[in-house]
Design a binder for this molecule. Structure first.
Ligand code: HEM
Length: 641
């Protein structure tokens, strides 16, 4: 089947169809497709199979609940809220609330269903802290963290939070303007973290590097980066093993909340589950204590300076009593801190993990990336390594002396393509976005369909990113495909050949007409019934509210410039897209390029059973990970590491 970007559809006005006309897999009465979900080990694959079978839109029912699943790029806008308010999020997100806050009813911006006034206020305030213009302030902090990981991996003296005793003379220059705070009492350890011990120093040309569970290390790195960039707090997860308990508590808390969401008996009859629920609750309590400690730390700094638009400063402003009734309470601010940690922790760490895996699994792409980094001067030459005389970190120096700094790194074309392709093939949020058509209102119009109130509308990113109807060779890792693709929509930046769609029935013909309209940017095709005449949250729905102005403007110059179709949404899309996407991308690019600069990265084939076996071990709680961790060998490029 051809990718939809290559199709032409007749632009006839489609006739509306009811939800019942949407095809879907057979299911049992009331249970619906539940047995199929329970049978499958990795349900994103099952959903992808159905997306292929039913041409991108299908209907499901699970325990009496109605779902419409959409993987068709042309139908996304009215769901996600691109150029229109979009649908509210499913109330199902509330299952994560016990992690976000110990206070019933207090939510963070990621779980709140409607785009409420608080959501708008918070989101708007994050703009200056998380937008592209703010990235410069975070770059040295990110470098500091990744250099600490590099030192840890080579068992060199770890890069401390006090730059003066740094292993690298140039690390001192990376001190941020806001000095990081020590993390005393932040972690409240509940579980002992099984961090891989640092490998013993390897003599030059000596024995092969030891195997390391890299995902755990990258999770610690991710928390350290979040702590320093977002809150100005040094969690020290990489340096101080006990501090890594913060990540463990967060994961355990998420696991417990997920288990309670799937099985309400766990909440109602906790004694049935022996110590598990108690242990899960203890992890949640410890996590909340850590979050409160972060907030106390931010408060202890006093009112932020006028020109301070850091994330911590913006949080402090949200709580300013001068805002009167609009000021957020301590509980609400803590919920926002907890939210940002939930949202930015595993997503970033697991993406970095899959990208390191990609270096091994796709050696040609890895070689091209290495070549680009070498040409940019980011992989020190042998002469530079020898000249370093074993002092400091030549890789870090190369990054620090790169003209253009973080902007130069962000715009390396192959690195960008490599990361984007990784975010597609290893969709770290495979479940995607889950929305709903509100009860008691009109149906939502999605493409040619009227979708009934009370229906859950599910956009699984795994299906969107890996469907054969959306992409050519979707299961191949081809960074090259990004060389002429709009980074936001995933569609080619030049108009390409077109073919005729196969229409299996009149409903599909109607869908086809909507696709044509989507690719032509016909707004009329995207009105969502319930909101067509409402302006309720439209003012805040554009990504500019998060300072993501470049996201929208990146369409310009594209052959699909006015298009609302999108087949690429690792950071979601529309009004509820990711606030931290620019920061996340920068972290990922710096970490990946730094590790390539300093190490040769290989999978521990023996332990992981090879590339295919590793892929078979993909699993998902909230994010895509590998069961049992990712064991890898990182061989220093030189004896200095
Ligand atoms: C590779 C890294 C990341 C990926 C792939 C990612 C992906 C996503 C996705 C898919 C959503 C939408 C979730 C949903 O609607 O169910 C989201 C929302 C969000 N993300 Fe990220 N994220 C990443 C990093 C970060 C970072 C580093 C931060 C913060 C520092 C962050 C903060 C948020 C917040 C606050 C939201 C909620 C926005 C709202 O609902 O208005 N994310 N992210």
């Amino acid at each position: 089947m051809q990718p939809s970007s290559l199709r032409t559809f007749s632009p006839q006005q489609p006739s509306l169809s009811t939800q019942r006309k949407i095809p879907g897999p057979p299911g049992l009465p009331w249970l619906g497709q539940l047995p199929a979900f329970l049978r499958t080990k990795f349900f994103p694959k099952q959903m992808l199979k159905w997306a292929e079978e039913y041409d991108g839109v299908y209907r499901m029912e699970i325990v009496g609940r109605k779902y419409v699943v959409v993987a068709d790029p042309a139908l996304m806008a009215p769901i996600m809220g691109r150029g229109c308010p979009g649908l509210p999020k499913s109330e199902g997100y509330a299952m994560w609330d016990p992690v976000i806050s110990p206070h019933p009813g207090v939510q963070g911006i990621v779980t709140v269903s409607e785009n409420t006034e608080i959501w708008r206020t918070v989101r708007r305030s994050y703009g200056p802290a998380m937008g592209l213009a703010s990235l410069g302030r975070y770059y040295p902090v990110i470098l500091r963290c990744v250099a600490t990981l590099g030192d840890y991996l080579t068992a060199a003296p770890s890069a401390p939070s006090a730059p003066s005793t740094s292993a690298s003379p140039s690390l001192a220059a990376t001190a941020s303007s806001t000095p990081p705070r020590p993390a005393a009492a932040l972690a409240s350890p509940v579980r002992t973290p099984p961090l891989s011990p640092p490998p013993p120093p390897s003599p030059a040309g000596g024995s092969p590097p030891p195997s390391l569970e890299i995902n755990r290390l990258l999770k610690s790195l991710s928390l350290d980066m979040l702590g320093l960039t977002a809150f100005g707090v040094d969690f020290g997860c990489l340096r101080v093993p006990e501090q890594a308990a913060l990540g463990h508590n967060l994961e355990r808390a998420m696991e417990e909340a997920g288990a309670r969401g799937r099985n309400p008996a766990r909440r109602l009859l906790p004694w049935l589950f022996e110590g598990e629920v108690r242990e899960g609750q203890a992890a949640m309590d410890a996590y909340h204590a850590a979050v409160e400690a972060v907030w106390r730390d931010i408060q202890s700094r006093g009112p932020p300076a006028d020109d301070d638009t850091s994330f911590a400063a913006q949080l402090a402003r949200l709580a300013d009593p001068a805002l009167g009734s609009s000021a957020l309470s301590d509980a609400q601010i803590c919920a926002e801190i907890a939210t940002v940690m939930v949202a930015g922790y595993e997503t970033t760490a697991n993406t970095m993990t899959w990208l390191l895996f990609a270096l091994h699994a796709y050696p040609e792409a890895a070689a091209r990336l290495e070549e680009e980094l070498r040409l940019a001067g980011l992989i020190p030459s042998d002469a530079e390594l020898d000249g370093a005389g074993g002092v400091g970190d030549p890789s870090l120096d190369a990054f620090l002396s790169l003209p253009g700094g973080h902007e130069a790194i962000s715009s390396l074309p192959y690195l960008d393509a490599f990361v984007r392709e990784g975010l597609r093939l290893f969709s770290v949020a495979p479940n995607g976005a889950v929305k709903r058509v509100p009860e008691g209102g009109p149906p939502a119009r999605i493409g040619p369909y009227d979708v009934e109130p009370g229906t859950t509308v599910w956009v699984p990113f795994w299906s969107v990113h890996l469907s054969e109807r959306n992409w050519e060779r979707p299961l191949e890792f081809e960074p090259e495909r990004w060389m002429n693709q709009n980074p936001r929509t995933g569609f080619p930046t030049t108009t390409t050949t077109t073919t005729t769609a196969t229409s299996r029935c009149p409903v599909f013909a109607a869908v086809g007409a909507f696709r044509a309209a989507a690719e032509g940017g016909d707004d009329a095709a995207f009105s969502v019934g319930r909101n067509a005449s409402s302006s309720s949250s439209s003012s805040s729905s554009s990504s500019s509210s998060s300072g993501n102005s470049s996201s929208n403007s990146s369409n310009s110059g594209s052959g699909l410039s006015s298009s609302k179709a999108t087949r690429y949404m690792p950071f979601s899309d529309g009004s509820r897209n990711c606030v931290g996407q620019h920061l996340g991308m920068l972290q990922i690019k710096v970490v990946l390029s730094y590790l390539v600069s300093r190490f040769r990265v290989r999978l521990d084939e023996q332990r992981m059973g090879g590339v295919a076996r590793t892929l078979e071990r993909q699993r998902v709680n909230l994010t895509l990970e590998v069961a049992g961790g990712m064991w890898m060998l990182l061989e220093p490029r030189s004896r200095w590491g």
